[in-house]
Design a protein around this ligand. Structure first.
Ligand code: FAD
Length: 469
């Protein structure tokens, strides 16, 4: 049986993997290859948290492949020469892979495809990780969408749930020697990530389990619960989706089987629309390839962002701003590699509006510390919150972190979990301890006495800067 390379990248799964399934259906023995080439991602090479996930995800995949008798070949360097080297060694006659959508990687993939095809080696490419290719959904005029609601209305009307691509029962052993996962040096020297793995199990089995847990619990009530950061009210599938350990089609098929009362249809619809936001992020990044680094709304190129202040930025990053909900979110991120979506919006708004720092400062920190760091979602999340994007939430809509915490963490359980120095302060003082300095000094002596910025004055300053841009 002839060999074909199956180049795995962010489709780190054996089930519902179109590249692998098609190579086998075409009668090839698949040679599974992962090439570590972070430098090919330019300024957005995977951050520290993401690398730790990748380490564990590759290890899990290696074991899954070995259990079926096969071997995951790991290489590092430049993708094209590594693939050519392995092709020569294995005498592979074709190349199969699934698409990535970061502009710099699309260019790299086109180069790889051309080089193989020029040598007469057929290349087949697939969509493994999105419901739609980012270029598929268009307005009536053939232009890209800039606003989510009409995008999703159009997309969901076109959505077809596909049957799963079959998973292999056995895999051939290509007999070639690759690198170990350890040789990629993905884990940091310090133990900062040790606490992550109480909550997460990278790999395909962990993703499937997370989906089951969600379908058995949080999906019921998702529409309301998803905004409450003190509980697991969301799926926590984001890192699994980023690395392609599960596909959105698999999720779609599974939630179709969830039995909820009539009222639960709104929960399912809302969850689907969050997956729709993911599609929309990829649509935007594809059509506006500079949006990872530049404002989608060009008017903001002239905006008077504050000069970067490393002390303020450091206090935001470490969760020492003196504003409880901000500090809780930033510490949750540092300690678990994840942050609740509502709190992501609050901390991002605070950075871009109250501190008036360019959203890229925040996007870079998230990039390094989020396990689910994803260029499309992160850029879109930051631009949306900063108000520099082309969708809703304009700049003058500024989240008030105190009222947000009163509304979404009314018993301050989330705040007290992540900022234990505040655990003796009662509600509502705990939302804004500086308003009751005597109580704060007595009951939370280790917490900053005042916030790093006056919320009302900084809000007014942001609005003034906005109107004079
Ligand atoms: C400033 C900011 C930065 C963000 N950075 C990232 C990032 O780097 N990577 C990332 O995956 N998400 C990012 N998000 C989106 C969102 O916060 C996370 O996807 C979500 O919190 C993940 O938790 P979950 O899997 O439990 O979500 P669920 O509520 O269970 O949603 C299911 C899936 O839908 C997708 N999704 C949900 N919300 C959004 C959204 N607003 N935009 C795009 N996709 C969404 C995710 O893939 C998620 O796993 C960011 C949001 C903000 C405001």
């Amino acid at each position: 049986m002839a060999n074909a390379l199956v180049w795995l990248r962010r489709d780190l799964r054996l089930h519902d993997n179109p590249a692998l399934a098609q190579a086998m259906a075409d009668g090839f023995a698949p040679v599974l290859v992962y090439v570590h080439a972070p430098q090919e991602q330019g300024d957005w090479a995977p951050g520290a948290a993401s690398r730790t996930w990748l380490h564990h995800s590759l290890s899990a995949l290696q074991q899954d492949v070995a259990r079926l008798g096969g071997r995951l070949l790991i290489a590092k360097g430049q993708s094209l020469p590594e693939l050519e080297r392995i092709q020569a060694l294995s005498q592979a006659e074709a190349l199969y892979f699934s698409n990535l959508y970061e502009p710099i990687l699309q260019a790299r993939d086109a180069q790889v495809q051309n080089a193989f095809e020029k040598r007469g080696l057929p290349v087949k490419r697939f969509n493994a990780n999105l419901l739609f290719e980012p270029w598929q959904i268009k307005t009536g005029g053939g232009t890209p969408y800039r606003v989510f609601t009409p995008f999703w209305r159009n997309a969901s009307a076109q959505l077809r749930v596909l049957s799963a691509f079959p998973a292999p029962n056995r895999l051939p052993d290509c007999g070639l020697e690759g690198l170990s996962v350890d040789a990629l040096g993905l884990l940091p020297k310090n133990n900062w990530h040790a606490g992550f793995w109480h909550d997460w199990q990278p790999g395909e089995a962990g993703a499937a389990e997370m989906l089951e847990i969600f379908c058995d619990s949080a999906i019921d009530g998702y529409k309301e619960q998803r905004n409450l950061p003190d509980r697991t009210g969301t799926s926590k599938l984001s890192p699994h989706l980023h690395f392609g350990e599960i596909s959105p089609q698999q999720i779609w098929r599974r939630i179709a089987d969830v039995k909820l009362p009539e009222s639960g249809q709104a929960d399912i619809g809302h969850f689907k629309s969050e997956l729709g936001w993911r599609e929309f992020s990829y649509h935007l990044l594809h059509h506006f390839p500079k949006s990872s680094d530049h404002n989608l709304n060009p008017q903001f190129e002239r905006f008077s962002w504050a000069a970067p202040d490393s002390d303020l930025l450091d206090r935001w990053q470490r969760g020492h701003t003196g504003i409880p909900i901000i500090d809780a979110g930033m510490r949750e991120l540092w300690q678990t590699g994840w942050m609740h979506n509502r709190v992501r919006m609050i901390v991002a708004s605070f950075l871009c509006k109250n501190l008036r720092m360019h959203w890229l400062h925040g996007a870079r920190w998230f990039w390094d510390t989020l396990l689910d760091a994803d260029l499309a979602n992160n850029s879109q999340g930051w631009q949306w919150t900063a108000g520099t994007g082309c969708d809703a939430a304009p700049y003058f809509r500024i989240f008030n972190p105190v009222t947000q915490s009163e509304r979404f963490d009314p018993q301050a359980r989330y705040i007290k979990r992540w900022v234990p120095e505040l655990s003796a302060l009662p509600v509502p003082v705990v939302f804004a301890p500086w308003t009751k300095p005597a109580a704060a000094a007595a009951l939370a002596p280790d917490y900053p006495a005042s916030p790093i910025v006056d919320l009302a004055a900084s809000r007014a300053g942001a609005l003034a800067a906005y109107s004079s841009r």
